[in-house]
Design a protein around this ligand. Structure first.
Ligand code: MTE
Ligand code: MO
Length: 385
């Protein structure tokens, strides 16, 4: 019932009576008794959390626990949601393997399974919504176990993961456009593909993957941005040469200037590991006291601290939620904001990891020309009544 979902999730934020009602409607289950939501004044007047037919953004103000429910998990993709019959499904392993194989879902489920707490964001996730992010408890079989069964040949260098989804693309070669039907594909190096962590997942939060989440099988590369998490996985092709498909070699690139020894250079990099990021998800008030809830995402490097700053005040420590301690889980943090005065305020968070890396300011990221991988500190504006 798409209309129902749209009405429930794409409510308006404003001062009208209807909007306030809608706001209270969803806010109640996530909030403790007596708590009310302090609206962000930096959000656009109208927010579309569901963009038919196939996009959904998490309303981060609704976060009420470590796991994102499957029906709220963001969803985005390039060629729509293919529908695959799990009974007829086969995962093909082709190319440089000793025994080309086709695994049914049952065969994969019979292999030794494992669970992974893993939160990720789309590399395009950014202010003001930050809603292309979520955290899940995933179940699946280690990619390495499946590849070992097929027997990877010594000359294999590049592992290409194809989704069942495809579409027509213009491939430009020196001004000549070729129209080709292309599958969604992403690749990993041999070292990464045969490392213990990547997972072939068939369940999210204990239930089979939904169609939005890549049913019946998806790749998960813990610590990496969303684009690596190939949904509707249908084939793993093992080859020697680099894979240069559109979503590998062209669309998921970052261009930035770097100054080394006073000399400015332009650098292009691939989108891989998530950059260190935090954002404030909501502010609530209860009996004159205010609470800030936020999210940390990164590549799994342990976190040293998260801090919150109000207006021109000092950075103050926030507390990390112990329920989100797992290496690749997103981390939730809370900060008790004492003595909030009526009027407009700006709140911002920043995270530091144990290697000393600090989340950059927007100013520090200004050499980045492309919009992906925006992990800048995100000042949020609120008005205290
Ligand atoms: N097969 C396939 N997998 C895909 C994509 C796609 O277009 N096709 N999009 C990727 C991108 S860009 C992101 S951000 C994530 C989103 O995953 P989600 O919809 O489960 O949140 O899926 C990734 N996996
Ligand atoms: Mo993405």
């Amino acid at each position: 019932m798409p209309n129902h979902i749209t009405r429930r999730e794409s409510w308006k934020i404003g001062l009208g009576a209807t909007s306030l009602l809608a706001l209270r409607d969803w806010a109640l289950p996530a909030l403790a008794e007596g708590e009310t939501l302090v609206p962000f004044t930096d959000l656009p007047a109208k927010v579309e959390f569901v963009r038919p037919p196939d996009r959904r953004t998490l309303d981060v103000r609704r976060i009420d626990g470590p796991l994102t429910p499957a029906d709220q998990f963001f969803t985005t993709q390039h060629y729509g949601h293919p529908e695959i019959d799990p009974a007829a499904f086969r995962l093909r392993i082709s190319g440089l393997v000793e025994r080309p194989e086709a695994f049914s879902l049952d065969e994969l489920k019979k292999m030794r399974g494992t669970e992974l707490m893993f939160g990720f964001e789309c590399s395009g996730n950014r202010r003001p919504l930050q809603g292309l992010s979520g955290n899940g408890r995933w179940t699946g079989v280690p990619l390495k176990a499946v590849l070992d069964q097929a027997g990877v040949k010594p000359q294999a260098r590049e592992f290409v993961f194809f989704g069942a989804d495809h579409g027509e693309e213009d491939v430009d070669f020196r001004g000549t456009i070729n129209k080709v039907d292309q599958q969604f594909g992403r690749s990993l190096t041999r070292e990464k593909a045969l490392s213990p962590e990547p997972l072939l997942a068939y369940a999210l939060n204990g239930a089979p993957l939904t169609r939005h989440q890549g049913s019946p099988l998806r790749l998960l590369v813990p610590g990496w941005y969303g684009v690596a998490q190939v949904k509707w996985l249908s084939e793993i092709h093992v080859q020697e040469d680099p894979y240069l498909g559109k979503f590998q070699a062209r669309w998921y690139r970052t261009l930035k200037s770097e100054t080394i020894d006073g000399e400015t250079k332009w650098v292009e990099t691939a989108v891989t590991r998530m950059h260190l990021k935090s954002f404030i998800a909501r502010v609530t008030s209860e009996g004159g006291q205010h609470k800030v809830l936020g999210v940390v995402l990164n590549d799994g490097t342990p976190i040293k601290s998260v801090e919150v700053k109000v207006d021109d005040g000092a950075w103050e420590p926030a507390a990390l939620d112990p329920a989100t301690r797992a290496k690749y889980s997103w981390k939730l943090f809370t900060y008790i904001w004492k003595g909030a005065t009526p009027g407009d305020h700006t709140l911002v968070s920043r995270v530091t990891d144990v290697t000393g890396k600090v989340q950059p300011t927007e100013e520090e990221l200004k050499g980045k020309k492309t919009f992906l991988e925006d992990n800048s500190q995100h000042p949020r504006k609120v008005r205290i009544a």
